[in-house]
Design a protein around this ligand. Structure first.
Ligand SMILES: [Zn+2]
Length: 195
């Protein structure tokens, strides 16, 4: 039964899925038609083969650049800076933000050895220098390290003549963007203030 055991092992590695749930998922797939299982497998294969970080902003892209960077109706002079790619999805779900994004890949955390060079900060500097960016919205997390990251970025970009803002208070302390509800997030972005 190694096929089943192997698949249970793979599912159990997913966040929020323990061995019991993994086993239930595998049984569920076996009860369905072979085509249903193949569609799931095909989707995972496509994800692995075709989805990569966008070469511009770091969000998910299938062909080098993501749909947001490729969209000419977005405001490419306003960049919302987030820590992780999934946070782009949280801001997009508000449906009110028309600018573009930059994914840092985390926040500054000296104790864990994460300095500016470990984040995509130099890529952000290049974007600002090359493409007429007028505002950076620093939507890093509201915890100590996210705040320190925002302060660092402000020091880097304000001297370059870029407007640097931070979403308004209203985001719960230490909460990641993903867990903030859409209207709270939308209001926080609309009420952003100069740092
Ligand atoms: Zn992009």
């Amino acid at each position: 039964m190694s096929v089943i055991d192997d698949l249970v092992g793979e599912f159990a590695k997913l966040p929020g899925v323990g061995p019991k749930t993994a086993l239930r998922l595998v049984y569920h797939l076996m009860k369905g038609t072979p085509d249903e299982a193949r569609r799931l497998a095909g989707g995972i294969r496509e994800l692995a083969d075709r989805v990569r970080p966008c070469g511009v902003c770091g969000y998910f892209a299938e062909d080098g650049r993501c749909d947001i960077c490729l969209n000419p109706s977005r405001d490419h002079s306003t960049i919302c800076v987030v820590e992780e790619a999934f946070e782009v999805g949280a801001v997009e779900r508000t449906g009110t933000y028309r600018g573009v994004y930059h994914v840092l890949g985390g926040h500054l955390s000296p104790l864990d050895g994460i300095g500016p060079d470990e984040l995509s900060i130099s890529a952000l500097e290049r974007r600002v220098e090359e493409s007429g960016v007028s505002e950076l919205i620093l939507a890093t997390s509201s915890g100590v390290e996210g705040q320190a990251t925002a302060v660092y970025l402000e020091g880097l970009f304000r001297p370059k003549g870029v407007r640097v803002t931070r979403p308004a208070r209203g985001l719960p302390v230490n909460s990641d963007l993903e867990y903030v509800d859409g209207s709270t997030l939308s209001e926080a972005l609309a009420g952003r203030k100069e740092m």
